[in-house]
Write a protein that binds this ligand. Structure first.
Ligand code: ADP
Ligand code: MG
Length: 263
């Protein structure tokens, strides 16, 4: 819809797409409950192309649930989620095709322990997205090369550090060249010494223009690296703004209290 001239415009070359590109991700009034627990109570925000958005909030505030709704691991009860021009909450849309457009990395248990790094990285591309093995392996080796892990292609996960495992998981998430990368607390299970190498990889992806929505408790990283902070509280969005606006300048007592815990 964004590529067509608006109705009623006399100049057919006036295209919305130039000034108003569709966001990569748009949530509109998303609601999700588990039993009587309302976890998401009307969530609306956007992630623009090339933007890094940090999703913050206390444990239990619904960050993972929100990400699972985006990745179609959970169905929303109400509201819409748009990936580009696709309403991914429309049950008629092909779920595997949507998932190929979204890369996901979780906190832990990302790699299968009984498979080599190369097999881990290529598995979904081959089994779910029906790539030829040669194509998948070539792409995987290129990605592993880029993160300095090509020499580990035939290693097993337990031969890697936790930081290396998460970097491999990120490489795997990039296999299908997704429009959006979802990172859900990817450093929370790591030894403090290994957090930096994983966050550095996120910084590199940002520099390459990757669009990222990341849930994290790494506040100084969020302040430094995120273009925007979305702060969740009580199932709604309490704040949505630049790191400076939300983390340094908010007048909201609950927001100030939340960030005071991390100083
Ligand atoms: P966060 O990632 O911000 O810590 P979550 O999205 O994991 O928060 O959890 C939000 C709330 O939803 C919590 O109260 C949690 O117990 C509940 N919850 C999450 N997943 C489920 C589920 N599958 N069934 C029941 N309750 C759930
Ligand atoms: Mg979570």
């Amino acid at each position: 819809a964004a590529t067509t001239a608006p109705t009623g415009t006399s100049d057919p070359t006036a295209r919305l797409v130039v000034d108003n590109p569709a966001p990569v991700l748009r949530l509109d009034g998303v609601r999700k409950s588990f039993g009587s627990t309302q976890v998401l109570r009307g969530i609306s925000f956007e992630v623009a192309r090339h933007e890094v958005v940090a999703l913050l909030g206390p444990s239990g505030s619904g960050k993972s649930t929100l990400m699972k709704c985006v990745n179609l691991l959970e169905r929303v009860d109400d509201g819409q989620i748009w990936l580009g021009d696709t309403d991914i909450t429309d049950p008629r849309e092909n779920q595997d095709r949507i998932r190929a457009r979204i890369g996901v990395v979780f906190q832990q248990f990302n790699l299968f322990p009984h498979m080599t790094v190369l097999r881990n990285v290529t598995l979904a591309a081959i089994k779910v997205h029906h790539w030829q093995r040669d194509r998948a392996e070539a792409r995987a080796l290129e990605l592993l090369d880029r993160i300095g892990m090509r020499a580990k292609a035939n290693a097993y996960p337990d031969q890697l550090s936790g930081g290396q495992q998460q970097r491999v998981a990120i490489a795997r998430a990039l296999m299908t060249d997704p429009e959006l990368l979802l990172l859900d607390e990817i450093t929370s299970a790591l030894d403090p010494m290994l957090v930096g190498e994983v966050l550095n990889m996120v910084t590199e992806l940002k520099a390459q223009g990757t669009t990222i929505l990341m849930a994290t408790h790494e506040m100084s990283f969020a302040h430094e690296a995120a273009d925007r902070i979305v702060l969740m509280r009580g199932g709604v969005i309490a704040e949505n703004g630049t790191p400076q606006q939300v983390m340094d300048e908010s007048d909201d007592p609950a927001t100030r209290e939340f960030f005071a815990h991390f100083r």
